[in-house]
Design a protein around this ligand. Structure first.
Ligand code: HSE
Length: 313
């Protein structure tokens, strides 16, 4: 049976997980984007509409992350038809929650589903990376966890370079997104070009400790490793309003660690239960309210499922 329409959902992600710049990422449960793909007889990708972006995103399919990912899937499948996409954004742009990746993953998954799902979610990673690259660069630390779910270690941009890590059962994140946009390009431009050997050793050890902690299901070990970033957070800190105050308030309310989510400005506080996360969420909200800055808070566990097809017809 030839399908005419497919809809997919892809959730927010937390890239880097503190110390793992560009090589670690985890999948959150929500929020997320939806993409509807409808078959059309002509080749290529058309973006019919983008909802929920406040008119900020381009409808040019080459420059839009969902459009570029959809095009990459069509090219991979070698089909002679094309697709019309409708994109429903439900996450803030330039917030560190992997907004462009969620659209890319949902676009790739919807198009793949429309043509009978010949590719696995892991096999869609390169196409989703093409979508991410159209907006923010060639790194898979958002798209890989977004598609696959869980916590992943990424050493490239293909299925074979992504390694699933154990998901800590008790982990719950309290997240706060101050209402300032931090474009990934700006956050990347703030990074040093060269790293002293001593810092490199420290960061390598931190990633090793983080992976080992996941295999031990050791939340405290995970927390310490997450916060052991001596390169990226110090370089980007000036772009993250009230980071020190948020960390202090989160920890006073019971959080085990706090780190920048992706390129920021969202901050994620690791907690060991939903009850603690609820207290930490309130504390984080208070930090920004007291200083007169709008901010949105959320609570999420780690999603084991990642992106999913919602319907086909
Ligand atoms: N690893 C990337 C960064 C994630 O921190 O720049 C943002 O897309």
């Amino acid at each position: 049976m030839t399908l005419t329409r497919a809809e997919a959902f892809a959730p927010a992600t937390m890239a880097n997980v503190g110390c793992g710049f560009d090589i670690l990422g985890l999948c959150l449960e929500a929020p997320g984007d939806r993409v509807v793909a409808v078959r059309r007889p002509e080749q290529g990708v058309v973006i019919a509409a983008v909802h929920g972006d406040g008119g900020k995103l381009t409808r040019d399919p080459i420059k839009n992350s969902a459009g570029a990912a959809a095009k990459a899937v069509l090219d991979t499948l070698g089909v002679s038809e094309g697709v019309v996409l409708t994109i429903y954004k439900d996450m803030p742009l330039a917030s560190g929650l992997g907004s462009s990746s969620a659209s890319a993953a949902a676009g790739a998954l919807a198009v793949n589903a429309l043509f009978g799902s010949p590719l696995s979610k892991a096999e869609l990673i390169p196409a989703a990376v093409m979508g991410e690259a159209a907006v923010s660069g060639f790194h898979a630390d958002n798209v890989a966890p977004c598609l696959l779910g869980g916590v992943v270690l990424i050493s490239g941009t293909t299925a074979e370079t992504v390694q699933a890590l154990p998901v800590p059962e008790r982990a719950v994140f309290a997240l706060v997104t101050p209402h300032v946009a931090v474009p990934t390009a700006l956050a990347r431009a703030a990074l040093p070009k060269d790293i002293p050997m001593k810092q490199m050793i420290h960061m390598t050890a931190a990633v090793g400790r983080l992976v080992a902690a996941l295999y031990r299901d050791d939340l405290m070990g995970l927390a310490e490793a997450m916060e052991a970033d001596v390169i990226v957070e110090p370089a980007r800190k000036h772009l993250m309003p009230y980071l020190d105050e948020a960390r202090a308030a989160a920890k006073a309310a019971g959080a085990l660690a706090l780190c920048i989510s992706g390129a920021g400005p969202t901050l994620g506080a690791l907690c060991d239960s939903a009850e603690v996360a609820a207290r930490v969420e309130l504390a984080l909200a208070g930090v920004y309210a007291e200083r007169g800055m709008d901010a949105t808070t959320r609570i999420s566990r780690i999603s084991r499922d990642g992106a999913r097809v919602l319907s086909t017809e």
